[in-house]
Design a protein around this ligand. Sequence first.
Ligand code: ZN
Length: 130
Amino acid sequence: MLATGDEAMQSLQKFVRAQKIDAAGLTAIGAFERAVIGYFDWDKKDYKRIPVDEQVEVLSLIGDVAEADGKPALHIHAVLGKSDGSVVGGHLLEGHVRPTLEVILTQPPAHLRKKKDPETGLALIALDRS
Ligand code: ZN
């Protein structure tokens, strides 16, 4: 569980590296004081940054931990609810927790582990058929 002042990506990255978790599924709910979400620009192969500068509910946060370049890497998508009930969502780049973020990590069976795909630079599920 993360608390006010924690930045979700940094805190979770630190946690999975410390615990040596290189494959896991992740879900969370809670709230952010502000966040930055990304939209993957296919041509640039990079994320367009979309700042969300208001208190939002973390309605749904789903992601995974995969190994990339020998280290555990996080990939998280977020659906964020605004005060008027509208939602914004995208690839989570920054989430500044206030007051809490309840995170559940689930470790999957080995055959669903992800590997970084050299073409897209994204971590994709690599079904090992050997
Ligand atoms: Zn993404």
